[in-house]
Ligand binder design. Structure first.
Ligand code: URA
Length: 235
């Protein structure tokens, strides 16, 4: 792999920054200064240092974002800010949201450039669980809760059931889904004559929203979190 590609995929420098840094003698490969960023390196074996810091190769990017209200789960939108605008510019050009949250839904969003992983995590056949904290406009009766657990019809004639429903109050609780239809929770509550007033995703498969992330903040996944995702995706 070319050195400039290695550095840009690792999030250290753009390709043109890498070229400039090489000309200035700021990059070493196995201890020797390289003056051109177009040289080939072995990403698994060679020790690359950029301005004195060792660079760990990053094949893919995995970001956990605490999505704020008002952002669209997309990389581009004409009318509203997009979630990738909250990331570093270099990552923003690379990743896409793994699944969608509605504009007014908050909480855990995974963004990655790993298409195969994303595809598998979202595949209905995989039944990857997503847990949401909700608040609703009117108290939920025992009958309504039972209907959400056994299933209701939503738009398009889809029959959807909560995988789990935990009531923490008359107007709040946690609902877990293993599928992801458009506006699914809103529509399910609507089907029992209620209305969502607040919705926040708190888990996505093996990931739990990091409580230290403020709304709009993000961090890279840890190696353990990435491994858990791969395992949930059957990879
Ligand atoms: N269900 C919804 O209605 N909205 C979301 O954002 C996610 C699930």
């Amino acid at each position: 792999m070319r050195l400039d590609r290695f550095l840009s995929e690792s999030g250290v420098a753009t390709r043109s920054e890498a070229s400039r840094a090489a000309r200035r003698g700021e990059i070493t490969v196995n201890g020797s200064i390289v003056r051109s960023a177009s040289v080939s390196i072995r990403e698994d074996e060679d020790r690359v240092c950029f301005r004195g810091e060792a660079v760990a190769y990053r094949k893919n990017v995995f970001v956990m974002l605490n999505k704020p209200e008002g952002y669209v789960s997309a990389t581009e939108d004409k009318n509203a800010p997009v979630v990738t605008a909250l990331l570093d510019e270099r990552d923003a050009k690379r990743v896409f949201p793994c699944g969608r949250l509605d504009k007014y839904t908050l909480g855990l969003m995974l963004l990655t450039d790993d298409g195969e992983l994303s595809h598998r995590l979202l595949s209905p056949a995989r039944h990857v669980a997503k847990k949401y904290y909700y608040r609703i406009a009117a108290p939920l009766s025992a009958d309504d809760a039972e209907r959400l657990r056994t299933g209701v019809y939503i738009e398009g004639g889809h029959f959807c059931a909560a995988h789990e429903l935990e009531l923490t109050g008359e107007r709040e609780g946690y609902i877990t889904l293993t599928e992801g239809r458009y506006h699914q929770i809103k529509q399910m509550l609507y089907a029992v004559g209620n209305e969502i007033t607040y919705l926040e995703r708190v888990t996505f498969g093996p990931l739990t929203l990091d409580a230290s992330l403020e709304r709009g903040e993000w961090r890279y996944l840890t190696d353990d979190e990435v491994a858990a995702l791969y395992s949930a995706a059957g990879l």
